[in-house]
Design a binder for this molecule. Structure first.
Ligand SMILES: C[S@@+](CC[C@H](N)C(=O)[O-])C[C@H]1O[C@@H](n2cnc3c(N)ncnc32)[C@H](O)[C@@H]1O
Length: 222
């Protein structure tokens, strides 16, 4: 299996965001890349770890059309927390679940440093009792690990989230779609950062075109 590749951000300020927010996002992404560099040389150099950082600039672009007042965001496998914190800075009520407790500590520290209210649970984003039973019969979950479910810590079940983001390794997408079908809301949007097709948006199990960013920006409180 080919690992997702980490890409560097362009970090150019966006004309549709105010200067203060552009600055906070750019500092956040720079911190995120420093964390990734240290993680890459300190941990991934020695043994396999499923954390690979997404292209933060592309994720920002993908999140913008989904903003709206009072929306709740969840990142499955939130690693260093950059994307969950980004969602908080964009106005979502933002939460992340991550299995690796060291990464959860890193994410919480980054949230404090970034002046963000993003919250992180140490645990699995697989709800208790879930098991992956594909029609082909191969229920292996790829790089996805198992542990106590993180939703109790967040105090919100999966069906209370409006926007969910994940960066699956190739082949893990069908299980994530199944998870939404079993436990998510049918009107929630699932943003999957795929290695081959970029960030794809699903709603009710179907691939959809993301809403127009300018329309959603006019309805946000930012
Ligand atoms: C490819 S990385 C994505 C990191 C981050 N979302 C990003 O896009 O930059 C996948 C992350 O999921 C975590 N993970 C794997 N299985 C998990 C599970 N069952 N529950 C929560 N996190 C999990 C891994 O530890 C890893 O940090």
């Amino acid at each position: 299996m080919r690992p997702p590749s980490a890409a560097r951000p362009i970090n150019s300020p966006r004309s549709d965001l105010d200067d203060a927010l552009n600055t906070r996002l750019s500092i956040l992404c720079a911190e995120g890349w420093d964390i990734w560099d240290r993680f890459s040389s300190g941990v991934r150099q020695h043994s396999f770890h499923p954390f690979v950082a997404a292209d933060y600039d592309a994720v920002l672009e993908a999140l913008l059309p989904h903003r709206g007042p009072g929306l709740r965001f969840l990142e499955w496998g939130s690693a260093s927390g950059v994307i969950t914190i980004m969602a908080d800075l964009l106005g979502f009520e933002a939460f992340g679940i991550e299995l690796d407790t060291d990464l959860v500590r890193t994410a919480r520290a980054l949230a404090i440093k970034s002046g963000s209210k993003a919250r992180f649970a140490a645990g699995s984003f697989l709800p208790s009792g879930y098991s992956w039973r594909p029609s082909g019969g191969d229920g292996r979950t790829g790089t996805l690990g198992h542990g106590a479910s993180g939703y109790l810590q967040l105090e919100h079940p999966l069906d209370e989230f409006d926007v969910i983001f994940a960066f699956p390794w190739p082949g893990e997408e069908p299980m994530m779609l199944d998870l939404m079908r079993c436990f998510g809301r049918s009107d929630a949007r699932l943003l999957l950062n795929t290695v081959t097709e970029g960030i794809q948006t699903y709603q009710g199990g179907r691939l959809i075109a993301p809403p127009d960013a300018t329309e959603s920006a006019s309805t946000t409180m930012l």
